[in-house]
Write a protein that binds this ligand. Structure first.
Ligand code: GLN
Length: 272
């Protein structure tokens, strides 16, 4: 008798649970539908932005491996202003333009010099957002190299693949001024080679060099004058005028409303 009661109780409980489960799944279904409708009403496009994240403070990674930097904050602010979201993906620098040309990313956010005719033939650049230039970096205790003219035929010099710095290093090699152009995948690897004594100098963008020296004090130094003038722009696939217009309008709005200055302080002056 007692057992029967327990059995009935169990059956009742089972029924209650299965009704509850039905109710729940029905609710979920409705909730999904609601969410879908909400998404449709406020449809925000998400674009993929390609970057090379060994270029702080423009493009780097945080402790959790997320891609962060001045470029990301600025592009996110532009997207918020212009009604799009951005997801960042890492590539080697020389793969950025082919990736956008192939349609595997919509935007390049990579501290990329926009004033390069070869690049301009392949992608469309936004208005520029940062003026930069290349510098020579040597080890702190190097007293012979005081500028680019002190690089000699017995020296190896490193820079990052696909960059204007690599163009410069290749040019020095082609002109017979250095022994070897060491072209590496990341800026961080160039600096490791310098610190290890595998190369005599690294040619890199001034703001990135300065940021590195601040973070790793006492190891290396910038020597001589800035070698050239370049200006960074964001890039889109050739002919993607709609997105380029949004980026340019958003960029101007961020300059006008002070967001650009805030981000500049955050990434360039707030650092120790
Ligand atoms: N300014 C350089 C260029 O445009 C380097 C950019 C970078 O390494 N992210 O080639």
């Amino acid at each position: 008798m007692k057992n029967k009661k327990i059995l009935v109780l169990l059956l009742v409980l089972a029924m209650v649970f299965s009704f509850a489960a039905c109710g729940e799944s029905a609710d979920n279904g409705d909730a999904d539908k609601d969410n879908g409708a909400a998404d449709k009403n406020t449809e925000i496009p998400t674009y993929i932005a390609a970057t090379e994240p060994t270029f702080p403070p423009f493009d780097t990674t945080d402790e959790d491996g997320n891609i962060v930097g001045f470029d990301m904050d600025l592009m996110n602010a532009i997207g918020e202003d212009q009604g799009f979201k951005v997801k960042y993906k890492a590539f080697e620098f020389d793969a950025l333009i082919p990736t956008v040309q192939a349609g595997n990313a919509e935007i390049i956010t990579a501290g990329m010099n926009a004033e390069d005719p070869e690049r301009q033939a392949k992608v469309d650049f936004s208005n520029t957002y940062y003026d930069s230039g290349l510098v020579v970096i040597v080890k702190e205790d190097n007293n012979t190299i005081k500028g680019i003219d002190d690089l000699t035929k017995d020296m190896k010099v490193a820079s990052q693949i696909g960059t204007t710095g690599a163009d410069k290093v290749n040019e020095l090699h082609d002109d017979g001024k250095i022994k070897e152009a060491v072209i590496l995948n990341g800026f961080d690897t160039c600096m490791l080679q310098l610190i290890n004594g595998d190369v005599s100098a690294v040619i890199i963008d001034q703001p990135v060099g300065k940021t590195y020296l601040k973070k790793q004090p006492g190891k290396c130094k910038i020597v001589g004058d800035v070698l050239n003038a370049e200006s960074y722009g964001f890039a889109v696939k050739k002919g993607n005028k709609e997105l380029l217009d949004k980026i340019n309008t958003g960029l101007q709005n961020m300059i006008d409303n002070g967001t650009y200055d805030e981000l500049f302080t955050k990434w360039f002056e707030g650092e120790e």
